[in-house]
Design a protein around this ligand. Structure first.
Ligand SMILES: [Zn+2]
Length: 252
């Protein structure tokens, strides 16, 4: 069978293909509607509302570390400054001022993506005001001698960037708990539903998860055969092989 197939030279195509084009056989293509309908593929168009809109702030989640995000933003701002004509060009390592400006930018992005519906819920209870385009809260501690950041904390709504900031603060406090992390953040920021949000974020910390994991209780092993069989006294005996352990100082 294989030799027949090799002799047939099927891979060289039909014999008439080597002749002139005029001598090629011509046959009309039969078009029947039934055959055409059989070949026709049905196309179903489905529209799905996924709700996974990519916000502008999500583009800053390039790094897991908040510090790296901050530096990346500072470099982006530096680039925007340097491409402007007649601007003083910024070079060398990032300055403290540039980092501060980058943090302000990130805060503005977080605040701009805070749904107005949620913000309106707090309008009656909390007095907001804007300072240099940053939304702040006016507390009752205006007359206290505390720092301005504490008396007028910046609003930080729930946002993926806030998640990075909370984890950064949590790590800088040597993996402190929810209340300590919240207390540290409250020195500068006001986070709506802060305790609940921080608790949810800190659950993601792998190190804390590992240290607070519950102990494993294995099922007790069954007693060996020799200990559960009814036999005469001293028929089965055992010896303690561990023996007295010598301790430091020569005592046993
Ligand atoms: Zn942790």
């Amino acid at each position: 069978m294989l030799s027949d197939l090799l002799q047939s030279k099927w891979c060289e195509g039909p014999g008439w293909l080597y002749n002139n084009e005029e001598s090629w056989p011509c046959s009309e293509v039969s078009e029947t509607l039934d055959e055409a309908f059989l070949e026709q593929h049905k196309t179903v168009v489905t529209n799905l509302a996924t709700g996974n809109e990519v916000r502008f702030g999500d583009r800053f989640l390039y790094f897991l570390s908040y510090k790296k995000i901050l530096r990346m933003t500072a470099y982006v701002l530096r680039f925007c400054n340097n491409i402007k004509r007649n601007s003083s060009k910024l070079v060398n390592s990032l300055s403290c001022e540039e980092i501060q400006k980058a943090e302000e930018t990130l805060i503005k992005i977080m605040q701009s993506e805070w749904p107005s519906k949620i913000r309106e819920k707090y309008k009656d209870a909390i007095q907001f005001f804007e300072e240099n385009g940053i939304l702040k809260v006016q507390t009752g501690l205006i007359l206290s001698q505390d720092q301005e950041d504490f008396t007028h904390p910046t609003v930080l709504p729930d946002h993926p960037l806030l998640e990075r900031l909370v984890l950064h603060t949590h790590r800088s406090l040597m993996h402190a708990g929810v209340l300590t992390t919240l207390a540290q953040l409250r020195e500068k920021f006001w986070i709506p539903k802060g305790r609940r949000i921080i608790r949810a974020i800190l659950r993601q910390c792998i190190k804390c998860k590992r240290l607070t994991a519950g102990k494993v209780n294995p099922d007790p092993a069954p007693l060996p055969h020799d200990r559960i069989h009814r036999v005469a006294a001293f028929q089965i005996t055992g010896a303690e092989l561990a023996g007295p352990l010598s301790m430091r100082g020569g005592s046993e």
